[in-house]
Design a protein around this ligand. Sequence first.
Ligand code: IVH
Length: 402
Amino acid sequence: MLCCSCLAAPKLVEQRAAEIRTVLREADDAYYNLGEPIMANEAYDALRSQYQSLKTEYPDLPAYSSVGAAVPEQENPAAHTQPVLSLKKAYSDEGVVEFIEACGADRIYCVEPKIDGLTVVLRYREGRLLQALTRGDGITGSDVTAQVRASGAVPLALTNAPTRLDVRGELYMPFAAFEALNEQRVADGEAELKSPRNTAAGTLRMKDLAAVAKRGLAYAVFEVLESEPMPTTHADALAMAQSCGLTPVAHQLLSGSNAVHAVALMNQRRAELPYPSDGVVIRLNDCAEFERMGATARWPNGALARKYKSVPVETHLRRVDWTTGETGRLTPVAGFDPVTMDGAELKRASLHSLSHLRALDLMIGDRIQVIRAGGAVPEIIGRVPGSRTGDEQPIPDPDENP
Ligand code: IVH
């Protein structure tokens, strides 16, 4: 008989697991509820997999599930007419090959950039923009009609549109608009904004509509949810949206065997895009085939997001400084041996919070992995496994710092 206590984790492991859960919970809350991620996807995924390894070793540890994350508090809540699903993610070309094998190598696929902004569902009636909703939890979104109307990102009136037209697309901030905004902020003595995605999301929460209009937001349709008649292929749906005056996402039609190569190529060339992109979306072009593949509660089986992962660079952690943020909260900032990434020399990265620092389980002198999250902000995703020499020193507490 298996004795339960054999699976019980030692106190230290339990403590570390609790710390990781705290950070994951904070990250989920920031991402889903506040729309202001506190860490890069890669850093989040690294922590999740560390937790999974601990859980495999000590099955008694509680399972961590972000499904249990607090239900988003929506401003101006409004119900979606159909669930707004997400996409299944693959982090390797093998994942793309598996997806194409499951859907059929002889099928036609539509390949598109995955724009890094936020989903907005637009409802047009008799060619007029009636409503704009964010995704929210997929069932209820926030009504952002006033902000979207003011943004200039979408036409308020369409030409030759069907009486009822609901589309879904990405509202985003092109790099040029983001850079112009930051230049203006610097000139006005304001702090620079860190990411185009967060800025786009934040703009939709602004009450000052004149300021929204100046932000230079853009919108690209990637799905027609309702129209009469419904297009029979995804490419036709995008063409129809375009003929009404909307901008469709860039797309190319390819056979299954060419799609894998095209995705890898788009990955290499993503720096050339004028907007932030965090992956490539591949989907069955034929709507009937797409429907036949079915869906889980979270995503359709006929589409896949091939996500980009930044390649981590290794360096050594040398110090942790403590800074006091606007809210008075102490934030640890890591100092490491300088590394060059995308032409920039990086030597510091925020560790966000004391619990995040503890969850990473770092010591001064550790060999660490650093990425440039979203192509910009440096972030420590963990230490290099098995690299401790025994010479590492504990990180001093904030009050012990000189
Ligand atoms: S298709 C059922 N296509 O990525 C179809 N999504 O991680 C679901 N996104 O919520 C979406 N570019 O906000 C699709 N070309 C694209 C996209 C795209 C960006 C976003 C979208 C979605 C998220 C899923």
